[in-house]
Design a binder for this molecule. Structure first.
Ligand SMILES: C[S@@+](CC[C@H](N)C(=O)[O-])C[C@H]1O[C@@H](n2cnc3c(N)ncnc32)[C@H](O)[C@@H]1O
Length: 232
């Protein structure tokens, strides 16, 4: 992600907006690496905000970072962003195209969008597809996904496709962290539920979408309208 941010941040005073920012870690990293950049993160959960904000204060970056606990669909700002991020959060807007529309509203004229979303690496069977597409969001293969983005008026200027090892690391990390917490806190009323959630997710990943679902991050600029052709 750092190398993507490096490509995406063009000016030292760029303003960033992360829609579905998680705990805000990526914005904090961007601020650390790019003095002068300002950033706003919006997430409905707010989980981890306190930790990231205290890290920002420790590093003297607190004046440049705002985190809002809010539904991204309701977030409005008078300030346009030079870079909008939506990484793994397109479902918050109901899918890829509504996310592109929302990003457009928040961007400066020459602003860029860093969009991370899933795609089908291989055609899944009906059960795996149904499991992953149980909400409004539907996925396509990578060429179709990119073609949808291009047809919506965007030009990819960079992209990164996660490797299977990166997916595995991500899944082991979060299922493992949840399981470890449950085992360390057996008296907590949520302990059993956490252990069950971790096991259920691990099973649906290892026995389901592993190797089928891919993840791509696209760095996008808006495609200029075609030059009008003079008719003599
Ligand atoms: C898979 S996480 C990705 C987090 C972060 N972008 C990252 O890459 O680490 C998806 C995030 O979207 C947030 N989210 C989901 N629906 C949302 C909504 N309607 N408004 C704001 N945030 C939402 C979740 O709380 C979660 O933090």
């Amino acid at each position: 992600m750092e190398h993507l941010l490096h490509r995406a941040i063009r000016r030292q005073d760029d303003h960033l907006l992360d829609l579905g920012c998680g705990d805000g870690t990526w914005l904090l990293r961007a601020l650390e690496a790019h003095g002068g950049v300002t950033a706003v993160g919006v997430d409905i959960s707010g989980e981890g905000f306190d930790h990231v904000l205290s890290e920002a204060a420790r590093l003297g970056l607190e004046d440049r970072l705002e985190l809002h606990r809010q539904d991204v669909a309701e977030y409005r700002s008078a300030r346009k962003a030079d870079l909008v991020l939506s990484v793994g959060a397109a479902y918050a807007f109901g899918g890829l195209l509504p996310t592109l529309n929302a990003a457009r509203e928040h961007l400066t004229e020459d602003g860029m969008l860093l969009l991370g979303d899933c795609f089908w690496e291989r055609e899944p069977d009906a059960a795996v597809r149904a499991q992953q597409e149980d909400g409004p969001q539907k996925y396509a293969d990578l060429p179709t996904t990119v073609a949808q983005v291009v047809a919506d008026g965007w030009t990819p200027v960079y992209g990164y496709t996660s490797t299977i090892a990166e997916w595995d690391e991500y899944e082991w990390c979060w299922t493992g962290t949840l399981a470890r917490w449950a085992l360390d806190n057996p008296e907590h009323p949520d302990s059993d539920r956490a252990l069950q959630m971790s096991a259920a997710h691990r099973t649906s990943w290892l026995g389901g979408y592993r190797g089928f679902l891919g993840f791509v991050v696209l760095l996008l600029r808006r495609t200029p309208p075609p030059a009008s052709t003079e008719v003599s």
